[in-house]
Ligand binder design. Structure first.
Ligand code: ATP
Ligand code: BUA
Length: 355
C-alpha cells in the first residue's frame, strides 16, 4: 500500500488530503481570509504560514511523516512544459524560489512538498502544473509582437474534470470538444479541443473575467496611467491585478459565500458586482466558443464557486446554456488527480518527467 500526502495551495485556500492507494483517508480545505493573506507582500512570504497549516493538518491526522510513500504538490509557475508527473528537483525549486516565472500560491506546493519529503527521505512530485501549454499557434498572438499570450490556468483541475465529464457521458476525452470553466480564487475558461486545451485565458495576468481576487482584463490605458502616476510600484500594480482585484476590490472579500450572504441581506451593490462576475464569465464562455468553431459537446462548471447554484450557476446557465449542455462539478477534483498521478509514478506505470 502506498500512502500519499497531497498539498494543494490555492489563492484563497490550502487543500490537503491523505490517500492510501486510490482511497481518500482524509481531506481538508483550510480557507484563508483576505485580511490573513494581505499580511504577506508576496506569495513566497506565505511560506511559513502555509507550511504551518500543513504541519497542523499532519499532526492532527496522526500519520507520522515517515509513514508516507511520497508527497505530491500542486505545481506552480515554471517554464511552459507538457502535462504529466514531474519529480521535484533542484532546477524546479530554484525557479520557484526566485519566482522566475512569477508568483502563485501553487509555487509553494513543490517547495513545501520537497522540504517535507527531504526530511524523511521520500520522493516529492508535482503534476499538471498551472503552466501546462497546449495552445494552438493562432491563440498565442496577442496583438503586438512584444507580447505573447501565455497558457496559465488551472490545468490540473481542468483536465481532471474534462476527463470525468467525458467518462460520465460514455465518451473519450480525445473525441470531445468541451469548455471547462474553473471558478476559484482565479477563474480560467479553457477550450478543450479533442483532448488539448487549445485556448484559455491567462487567469493570472489580467486576462479574462474578474474573479474573487483578480481584476481580469482592465482598460489598458487606464492601467498605464495609474502605473506611471508615480504612486505605485510595479509590485503594487501586480498586486492590484492579481490579489487585490475583482470582488476583493469592490466588496473587500474574496469569499463568494460571504457575498451571497450580503446579497441575501439586501446589499444591492454586492448583487451588482456578483452578477457582473457571472456576466463576464458568460462573455468569456461565448468568446472561447469561437476557438471550438461553436461545435461544443458540453460545458463544465467547476471550482469552489460552482457550489453556488442559487446565483452564479443559474446566471451562467441563463446566458450560455443554449451553446451546449452544462454540467456542474462543484469544488473540483484536484486532490484525487494529484494522488492518482503520484500513485502511477510510484507504481512505475507513468513516466516521471524531469524539469
Ligand atoms: N459552498 C460554496 N458556495 C459558494 N462559493 C463557495 C463555496 N465554497 C467555496 N466557495 C468560494 O469559492 C472560492 C474559492 O474557490 P477554490 O477553493 O476553488 O479556490 P482556490 O483553490 O483558493 O483558488 P484557485 O482555484 O484559483 O487555485 C471562494 O470565493 C469561496 O468563497
Ligand atoms: C492557476 C493560475 C490561475 C489563477 O490562480 O488565477
Amino acid at each position: 500500500m502506498f500512502r500519499i500526502l497531497v498539498i494543494n495551495p490555492g489563492s484563497t485556500s490550502t487543500k490537503l488530503a491523505i490517500y492510501e492507494d486510490e482511497n481518500e483517508v482524509l481531506n481538508q480545505t483550510v480557507r484563508h481570509k483576505t485580511e490573513e493573506i494581505a499580511k504577506y507582500d508576496t506569495i513566497t512570504h506565505q511560506y511559513e504560514f502555509r507550511k504551518n497549516v500543513i504541519e497542523e493538518f499532519l499532526n492532527k491526522s496522526g500519520f507520522p511523516l515517515a509513514s508516507f510513500s511520497a508527497i505530491i504538490g500542486r505545481g506552480g509557475l515554471l517554464k511552459p512544459i507538457p502535462g504529466g508527473v514531474y519529480k521535484v528537483n533542484d532546477n524546479m525549486i530554484d525557479d520557484l524560489k526566485k519566482a522566475i516565472y512569477g508568483e502563485h500560491a501553487s509555487n509553494l506546493g513543490a517547495i513545501i512538498a520537497k522540504e517535507l519529503a527531504k526530511s524523511v527521505n521520500i520522493e516529492a512530485f508535482i503534476a499538471d502544473p498551472v503552466v501546462v501549454d497546449e495552445m494552438m499557434a493562432v491563440a498565442r498572438i496577442s496583438g503586438h509582437p512584444d507580447f505573447e499570450r501565455k497558457s496559465i490556468f488551472h490545468a490540473l483541475n481542468q483536465k481532471a474534470i474534462a476527463r470525468q465529464l467525458a467518462e460520465k457521458l460514455g465518451k473519450n476525452y480525445e473525441d470531445m470538444n468541451i469548455i471547462v470553466v474553473h471558478m476559484g480564487g482565479g477563474i480560467s475558461i479553457g477550450a478543450h479541443y479533442k483532448g488539448r486545451v487549445v485556448d484559455v485565458n491567462n487567469a493570472l495576468d489580467g486576462d479574462g473575467p474578474f474573479t474573487p481576487e483578480r481584476s481580469g482584463t482592465l482598460p489598458l490605458t487606464g492601467v498605464l496611467e495609474l502605473g506611471f502616476s508615480g504612486e505605485y510600484t510595479l509590485s503594487d500594480m501586480k498586486k492590484l491585478i492579481k490579489g487585490n482585484g475583482g470582488m476583493t476590490s469592490y466588496l473587500n472579500t474574496n469569499d463568494a459565500q460571504m457575498v451571497q450572504k450580503m446579497i441575501k441581506d439586501g446589499d444591492e451593490n454586492a448583487l451588482l458586482i456578483y452578477k457582473s462576475m457571472a456576466y463576464q464569465i458568460s462573455k468569456w464562455i461565448g468568446k472561447i466558443s469561437a476557438a471550438l468553431d461553436f461545435e461544443i459537446d458540453a460545458i463544465a462548471l467547476t471550482g469552489g464557486i460552482a457550489y453556488d447554484d442559487n446565483y452564479i450557476n443559474k446566471w451562467i446557465r441563463e446566458k450560455v446554456e443554449f451553446l451546449a449542455p452544462i454540467y456542474v462539478f462543484p469544488g473540483g477534483d484536484e486532490e484525487l488527480a494529484l494522488a492518482l498521478s503520484a500513485l502511477r509514478a510510484l507504481r512505475g506505470v507513468q513516466e516521471i518527467k524531469v524539469y
